[in-house]
Design a protein around this ligand. Structure first.
Ligand code: SF4
Length: 289
Protein backbone atom coordinates (compact mmCIF):
# COMPACT_ATOMS: atom_id res chain seq x y z
CA UNK A 1 0.00 0.00 0.00
CA UNK A 2 1.25 3.49 -0.84
CA UNK A 3 1.82 5.50 2.28
CA UNK A 4 0.08 8.91 2.32
CA UNK A 5 2.10 11.69 3.85
CA UNK A 6 1.08 15.29 4.53
CA UNK A 7 3.56 18.16 4.60
CA UNK A 8 2.67 20.98 6.96
CA UNK A 9 4.44 24.31 6.66
CA UNK A 10 4.76 26.40 9.83
CA UNK A 11 2.43 29.43 9.89
CA UNK A 12 5.53 31.64 10.08
CA UNK A 13 8.81 30.46 8.61
CA UNK A 14 11.86 31.56 6.69
CA UNK A 15 13.40 34.89 5.87
CA UNK A 16 12.47 37.89 8.00
CA UNK A 17 12.12 41.43 6.68
CA UNK A 18 15.41 42.48 8.34
CA UNK A 19 17.48 39.94 6.41
CA UNK A 20 15.53 40.46 3.18
CA UNK A 21 16.11 44.24 3.29
CA UNK A 22 19.82 43.79 4.10
CA UNK A 23 20.32 41.50 1.08
CA UNK A 24 18.44 43.93 -1.19
CA UNK A 25 20.61 46.82 0.06
CA UNK A 26 23.82 44.83 -0.55
CA UNK A 27 22.77 43.91 -4.10
CA UNK A 28 21.76 47.51 -4.85
CA UNK A 29 25.14 48.86 -3.68
CA UNK A 30 27.06 46.07 -5.45
CA UNK A 31 25.54 47.31 -8.74
CA UNK A 32 26.83 50.83 -7.99
CA UNK A 33 30.44 49.85 -7.16
CA UNK A 34 32.76 47.49 -5.27
CA UNK A 35 31.42 46.52 -1.86
CA UNK A 36 32.74 44.65 1.16
CA UNK A 37 30.50 43.29 3.90
CA UNK A 38 31.81 43.20 7.44
CA UNK A 39 31.19 39.58 8.50
CA UNK A 40 28.45 37.31 7.16
CA UNK A 41 25.43 39.31 6.00
CA UNK A 42 23.36 36.29 6.95
CA UNK A 43 24.31 32.89 8.30
CA UNK A 44 23.14 31.05 5.20
CA UNK A 45 25.57 29.50 2.68
CA UNK A 46 23.13 29.75 -0.26
CA UNK A 47 22.68 33.51 0.20
CA UNK A 48 26.40 34.02 0.77
CA UNK A 49 27.28 32.27 -2.52
CA UNK A 50 24.75 34.48 -4.37
CA UNK A 51 26.41 37.60 -2.93
CA UNK A 52 29.85 36.29 -3.84
CA UNK A 53 28.64 35.72 -7.40
CA UNK A 54 27.81 39.46 -7.54
CA UNK A 55 31.44 40.26 -6.67
CA UNK A 56 30.72 41.26 -3.07
CA UNK A 57 33.66 40.65 -0.72
CA UNK A 58 33.49 39.70 2.93
CA UNK A 59 36.00 40.98 5.52
CA UNK A 60 36.37 39.90 9.14
CA UNK A 61 37.31 43.41 10.34
CA UNK A 62 37.62 47.01 9.07
CA UNK A 63 41.41 46.63 8.64
CA UNK A 64 40.85 43.87 6.02
CA UNK A 65 38.57 45.95 3.77
CA UNK A 66 39.98 46.67 0.29
CA UNK A 67 37.03 48.60 -1.21
CA UNK A 68 36.04 52.22 -0.47
CA UNK A 69 32.59 51.15 0.71
CA UNK A 70 31.76 48.74 3.48
CA UNK A 71 28.45 47.40 4.75
CA UNK A 72 27.47 46.57 8.32
CA UNK A 73 25.16 43.54 8.43
CA UNK A 74 21.57 43.26 9.74
CA UNK A 75 23.12 42.11 13.04
CA UNK A 76 24.39 45.66 13.65
CA UNK A 77 27.58 46.88 15.27
CA UNK A 78 28.73 49.22 18.02
CA UNK A 79 29.29 52.97 17.69
CA UNK A 80 32.95 52.34 18.54
CA UNK A 81 33.36 49.96 15.58
CA UNK A 82 31.52 52.39 13.29
CA UNK A 83 33.85 55.22 14.36
CA UNK A 84 36.95 53.02 13.88
CA UNK A 85 35.73 52.03 10.42
CA UNK A 86 34.99 55.62 9.34
CA UNK A 87 38.39 56.74 10.71
CA UNK A 88 39.98 54.46 8.07
CA UNK A 89 38.34 56.63 5.40
CA UNK A 90 35.71 54.03 4.52
CA UNK A 91 32.13 54.87 3.57
CA UNK A 92 29.82 52.85 5.80
CA UNK A 93 26.41 51.57 4.74
CA UNK A 94 24.35 50.29 7.65
CA UNK A 95 22.01 47.39 6.95
CA UNK A 96 21.29 47.05 10.68
CA UNK A 97 17.78 45.65 11.19
CA UNK A 98 15.44 48.21 12.83
CA UNK A 99 14.64 45.60 15.51
CA UNK A 100 18.34 45.22 16.33
CA UNK A 101 18.41 49.02 16.64
CA UNK A 102 15.56 48.73 19.15
CA UNK A 103 17.75 46.36 21.18
CA UNK A 104 20.69 48.82 20.95
CA UNK A 105 18.50 51.66 22.22
CA UNK A 106 17.29 49.46 25.10
CA UNK A 107 20.87 48.68 26.14
CA UNK A 108 21.90 52.35 25.91
CA UNK A 109 18.90 53.35 28.06
CA UNK A 110 19.71 50.73 30.70
CA UNK A 111 23.36 51.80 30.89
CA UNK A 112 22.42 55.50 31.00
CA UNK A 113 20.07 54.87 33.93
CA UNK A 114 22.83 53.17 35.90
CA UNK A 115 21.91 49.52 35.35
CA UNK A 116 24.64 46.91 35.02
CA UNK A 117 23.75 45.41 31.62
CA UNK A 118 23.25 41.65 31.31
CA UNK A 119 22.61 40.29 27.80
CA UNK A 120 20.93 36.94 27.32
CA UNK A 121 22.67 35.57 24.25
CA UNK A 122 25.79 34.04 22.76
CA UNK A 123 28.90 35.92 23.89
CA UNK A 124 30.70 35.63 20.53
CA UNK A 125 27.73 36.26 18.27
CA UNK A 126 28.18 39.34 16.08
CA UNK A 127 24.90 40.87 17.30
CA UNK A 128 25.90 40.48 20.96
CA UNK A 129 29.33 41.98 20.24
CA UNK A 130 27.51 44.94 18.67
CA UNK A 131 25.12 45.31 21.62
CA UNK A 132 27.95 45.29 24.17
CA UNK A 133 30.69 46.98 22.13
CA UNK A 134 30.09 50.44 23.61
CA UNK A 135 29.90 49.25 27.23
CA UNK A 136 32.90 49.13 29.53
CA UNK A 137 31.27 46.66 31.92
CA UNK A 138 28.59 44.08 31.15
CA UNK A 139 27.83 40.37 31.39
CA UNK A 140 26.48 37.87 28.85
CA UNK A 141 24.52 34.82 30.03
CA UNK A 142 23.27 31.86 28.03
CA UNK A 143 22.88 29.08 30.61
CA UNK A 144 21.93 28.81 34.29
CA UNK A 145 25.61 28.46 35.24
CA UNK A 146 26.34 31.86 33.70
CA UNK A 147 23.72 33.41 35.99
CA UNK A 148 25.23 31.63 39.01
CA UNK A 149 28.59 33.22 38.11
CA UNK A 150 27.20 36.79 38.05
CA UNK A 151 28.27 39.27 40.71
CA UNK A 152 25.72 41.28 42.65
CA UNK A 153 24.87 44.81 41.45
CA UNK A 154 22.24 47.10 43.00
CA UNK A 155 20.67 47.59 39.53
CA UNK A 156 20.69 44.89 36.86
CA UNK A 157 19.33 45.65 33.38
CA UNK A 158 18.57 42.62 31.24
CA UNK A 159 18.14 42.62 27.44
CA UNK A 160 18.33 39.72 24.98
CA UNK A 161 19.88 38.93 21.64
CA UNK A 162 16.92 39.35 19.24
CA UNK A 163 16.88 35.67 18.22
CA UNK A 164 16.85 34.04 21.66
CA UNK A 165 13.86 31.85 22.60
CA UNK A 166 11.44 33.79 24.80
CA UNK A 167 11.09 30.89 27.25
CA UNK A 168 14.84 30.77 27.80
CA UNK A 169 15.03 34.54 28.40
CA UNK A 170 12.15 34.32 30.89
CA UNK A 171 13.77 31.38 32.69
CA UNK A 172 17.11 33.17 33.04
CA UNK A 173 15.43 36.42 34.15
CA UNK A 174 13.53 34.49 36.85
CA UNK A 175 16.81 32.94 37.97
CA UNK A 176 18.50 36.37 38.10
CA UNK A 177 15.62 37.71 40.22
CA UNK A 178 15.86 34.73 42.60
CA UNK A 179 19.63 35.02 42.87
CA UNK A 180 19.60 38.78 43.54
CA UNK A 181 16.41 39.43 45.54
CA UNK A 182 17.71 42.80 46.78
CA UNK A 183 18.68 44.14 43.34
CA UNK A 184 16.47 46.26 41.13
CA UNK A 185 16.17 43.98 38.06
CA UNK A 186 14.80 45.70 34.95
CA UNK A 187 14.04 43.68 31.82
CA UNK A 188 13.76 44.98 28.26
CA UNK A 189 11.93 42.64 25.87
CA UNK A 190 14.24 42.75 22.85
CA UNK A 191 13.49 39.37 21.24
CA UNK A 192 12.16 40.40 17.82
CA UNK A 193 8.61 39.72 16.62
CA UNK A 194 9.61 37.53 13.62
CA UNK A 195 11.63 35.32 15.99
CA UNK A 196 8.69 35.04 18.41
CA UNK A 197 6.31 34.20 15.55
CA UNK A 198 8.65 31.53 14.15
CA UNK A 199 9.19 29.97 17.56
CA UNK A 200 5.49 29.74 18.45
CA UNK A 201 4.61 28.49 14.96
CA UNK A 202 7.37 25.85 15.29
CA UNK A 203 5.86 24.61 18.58
CA UNK A 204 2.42 24.30 16.93
CA UNK A 205 3.99 22.44 14.03
CA UNK A 206 6.13 20.06 16.10
CA UNK A 207 3.11 19.11 18.23
CA UNK A 208 1.30 17.82 15.13
CA UNK A 209 4.17 16.30 13.16
CA UNK A 210 5.82 12.85 13.18
CA UNK A 211 8.95 14.34 11.61
CA UNK A 212 10.09 17.99 11.50
CA UNK A 213 12.55 19.41 8.98
CA UNK A 214 14.19 22.72 9.92
CA UNK A 215 15.91 24.51 7.04
CA UNK A 216 18.76 26.95 7.67
CA UNK A 217 22.52 27.50 7.89
CA UNK A 218 24.47 25.36 10.35
CA UNK A 219 25.83 28.52 11.98
CA UNK A 220 22.47 30.32 12.11
CA UNK A 221 21.59 30.87 15.76
CA UNK A 222 17.84 31.23 15.22
CA UNK A 223 17.75 28.04 13.08
CA UNK A 224 19.49 26.06 15.81
CA UNK A 225 17.05 27.48 18.37
CA UNK A 226 14.15 26.32 16.16
CA UNK A 227 15.69 22.84 16.08
CA UNK A 228 15.88 22.64 19.87
CA UNK A 229 12.38 24.10 20.28
CA UNK A 230 10.92 21.49 17.89
CA UNK A 231 12.90 18.70 19.57
CA UNK A 232 10.99 19.36 22.80
CA UNK A 233 7.73 18.34 21.08
CA UNK A 234 8.84 15.87 18.39
CA UNK A 235 11.40 13.04 18.53
CA UNK A 236 12.35 13.13 14.86
CA UNK A 237 13.77 16.58 14.06
CA UNK A 238 16.33 17.14 11.30
CA UNK A 239 18.30 20.30 10.52
CA UNK A 240 19.15 20.68 6.81
CA UNK A 241 20.92 23.42 4.91
CA UNK A 242 19.57 22.49 1.46
CA UNK A 243 17.44 19.83 -0.27
CA UNK A 244 20.61 17.75 -0.81
CA UNK A 245 20.74 17.01 2.95
CA UNK A 246 17.25 15.43 3.08
CA UNK A 247 17.35 11.60 3.47
CA UNK A 248 14.46 9.31 2.36
CA UNK A 249 14.72 7.03 5.41
CA UNK A 250 13.70 9.92 7.71
CA UNK A 251 10.11 9.66 6.44
CA UNK A 252 9.46 5.94 6.93
CA UNK A 253 6.06 5.51 8.67
CA UNK A 254 5.62 9.31 8.86
CA UNK A 255 2.11 10.60 8.20
CA UNK A 256 2.71 14.29 8.93
CA UNK A 257 5.97 16.06 8.14
CA UNK A 258 6.43 19.57 9.49
CA UNK A 259 8.54 22.12 7.63
CA UNK A 260 10.00 25.28 9.14
CA UNK A 261 13.03 27.49 8.46
CA UNK A 262 15.24 30.09 10.12
CA UNK A 263 15.06 33.82 9.45
CA UNK A 264 17.96 33.77 6.99
CA UNK A 265 16.61 30.98 4.76
CA UNK A 266 15.45 32.10 1.28
CA UNK A 267 12.02 30.96 0.02
CA UNK A 268 13.46 29.05 -2.96
CA UNK A 269 15.66 26.94 -0.64
CA UNK A 270 12.57 26.04 1.45
CA UNK A 271 10.59 25.24 -1.72
CA UNK A 272 13.30 22.88 -2.98
CA UNK A 273 13.42 21.12 0.39
CA UNK A 274 9.64 20.62 0.21
CA UNK A 275 9.91 19.14 -3.31
CA UNK A 276 12.67 16.81 -2.07
CA UNK A 277 10.55 15.70 0.92
CA UNK A 278 7.69 14.82 -1.49
CA UNK A 279 10.03 12.78 -3.68
CA UNK A 280 11.51 11.06 -0.60
CA UNK A 281 7.98 10.15 0.52
CA UNK A 282 7.39 8.48 -2.84
CA UNK A 283 10.71 6.59 -2.55
CA UNK A 284 9.89 5.55 1.00
CA UNK A 285 6.42 4.34 -0.11
CA UNK A 286 7.97 2.34 -2.96
CA UNK A 287 10.30 0.66 -0.50
CA UNK A 288 7.34 -0.28 1.71
CA UNK A 289 5.15 -1.64 -1.11
S1 SF4 B 1 15.84 38.02 13.14
FE1 SF4 B 1 14.68 39.78 13.90
S2 SF4 B 1 16.21 41.27 14.52
FE2 SF4 B 1 17.26 39.75 13.23
S3 SF4 B 1 17.17 40.62 11.18
FE3 SF4 B 1 15.37 39.34 11.39
S4 SF4 B 1 13.72 40.72 12.10
FE4 SF4 B 1 15.68 41.73 12.41
Amino acid sequence: MVQSMRILRAAHLGMCFGVRDAIALALEHADAGPLTILGDLVHNPTVLSALEAKGISVARGPADVRTPTVMVTAHGTSERTLARTRALGLTVIEATCPLVQVAHRAVVALAREGYHVVIVGQRDHVEVRGLTGDLDRFDVVLEDDDVLALEEHPRLGVAAQTTQPVEKVQRLVALIRRRFPHSDVRVMDTVCKPTKQRQSAAVELARQADVVIVVGGQSSNNTRELVSTCARYCDRVHHVQTDADVQPEWFETAEVVGLTAGTSTPDDVIDRVEIRIRSCATMSACVEE
